[in-house]
Design a protein around this ligand. Structure first.
Ligand code: URA
Length: 246
């Protein structure tokens, strides 16, 4: 229900926190009493009320979504599906693989040729947080290469390689098969892993994202999705209150 202005009515802060996955209302009251929650920049008091969608609520300095009806999906994107809401060329899109309502959007992107884990949500606060380079969440990929990189090639990936849009940050890189590379990056540049592998002379044949921050799921088959659990959502937003599941 909304008020005459179209805004949601004020709600108790602990209710909003509980909905965002911070635990029972009792646990959320404790978070507030400990001074870890702020509303519009000021440390919140127990009993505070907030206007979902208007008030800015942070826990340990990290903004959280306040609106009801927020959903978070983890999709295993198959090859050939594009990471947009609609494709002018009529290709299948990731939003067609998850429930139609409420409308969600992908957080970050995977190339059409790339497979693997992608988060979709209607939580603009989380999406913005994740998109900010300062919060660079680790992303882990398995890449099948056309040829076998040498120890020197791997060192180049670890030290950062020069691309046409600048040098990459150091990556974690290791061989897990003759031509199979495990690589972890925390930047989100366009076609970054493919371009890094091109730069060391070993183009990618197949690329799969297997982890986003602490979130991985080997049981999710291509085209399948599941809801993220509240602790997973919290861990993505980088709240120190969230348990790491790596
Ligand atoms: N790096 C790539 O090259 N492609 C992706 O889709 C993601 C990371």
């Amino acid at each position: 229900m909304t008020s005459g202005s179209g805004e949601a009515p004020p709600e108790r802060l602990q209710k909003v926190l509980a909905r965002a996955g911070f635990g029972s209302r009792r646990v959320c009251e404790t978070l507030i009493s400990e001074g870890r929650v702020a509303v519009d920049g000021a440390v919140a008091e127990l009993g505070a009320r907030v206007v979902p969608g208007r008030s800015t609520v942070t826990v340990d300095g990290v903004p959280i979504g306040t609106l009801p009806g927020l959903v978070y999906y983890l999709l295993n994107k198959p090859r050939g599906v594009v990471t947009t809401a609609s494709d002018p060329q009529g290709r299948a899109t990731v939003v067609e693989l998850v429930p139609r309502a409420p409308r969600v959007f992908p957080v970050g992107r995977l190339d059409a040729d790339t497979e693997g884990l992608l988060v979709l949500t209607n939580d603009g606060v989380l999406a913005q947080h994740l998109a900010h380079p300062r919060h660079g969440v680790e992303k882990e990929y398995l890449a099948e290469l056309e040829s076998s990189p040498s120890p020197g090639d791997l060192r180049r990936l670890r030290e950062g390689v020069e691309l046409d849009d600048g040098r990459t940050a150091p990556a974690k890189a290791s061989l897990v098969g003759e031509r199979a590379l495990r690589i972890v990056i925390h930047e989100g540049r366009n076609r970054q892993v493919r371009r890094m592998c091109d730069a060391i002379g070993h183009p990618v044949e197949r690329l799969v994202r297997v982890r986003i921050g602490p979130i991985s799921d080997r049981s999710l088959r291509p085209g399948e999705w599941r809801h993220l659990s509240p602790p997973e959502v919290r861990s993505l937003s980088g709240s120190p209150g969230a348990g790491s599941r790596s």
